[in-house]
Write a protein that binds this ligand. Structure first.
Ligand code: ZN
Length: 135
């Protein structure tokens, strides 16, 4: 398993970690299998979506914040209930198929670390499970 440290710079943001994940895969020589990208935090998440147009991620963040506002009639005293809810809606992990050492992402897809209560330095766990390539 590998651990990625992701520094964030805003309360809410998407950080494109696709190339960092690619570097981990190639650095370890991982070839054919399943990669799990897991966020061990209660106010952050992992998603896969369009990486080409940055307006897509800002539209997602804007919509999440409209649906789940920062301030509302929440009971949790820490004042970051919106971040907990956003993290649960988006989810803590993603899986990507690795074939011949390549991430099988669509042309426009990227892997994003989703910060909902930053800025801070976050961890992402990356675990690879090899599969028989069938060859
Ligand atoms: Zn909290």
């Amino acid at each position: 398993m590998e651990t990625l440290n992701v520094p964030t710079t805003s309360r809410i943001e998407f950080v494109d970690i696709t190339n960092l994940i690619r570097d981990i895969v190639s650095g370890n020589g991982w070839s054919d299998g399943i990669l799990t990208i897991y966020c061990p935090h209660t106010t952050a998440a992992i998603t896969i979506n369009e990486a080409a147009d940055p307006d897509v991620r800002s539209d997602i963040l804007k919509t999440l914040s409209k649906l789940i506002p920062h301030r509302d009639n929440y009971a949790h005293m820490e004042g970051n209930s919106d971040a907990h809810i956003k993290a649960s809606v988006v989810g803590p992990s993603q899986q990507v198929i690795i074939e011949n050492g390549q991430l099988l992402l669509g042309t426009w897809q990227g892997i994003f670390f989703c910060e909902f209560d930053g800025p801070r330095t976050r961890k992402v766990f990356v675990q690879f499970v090899a599969c028989d390539s069938g060859a």
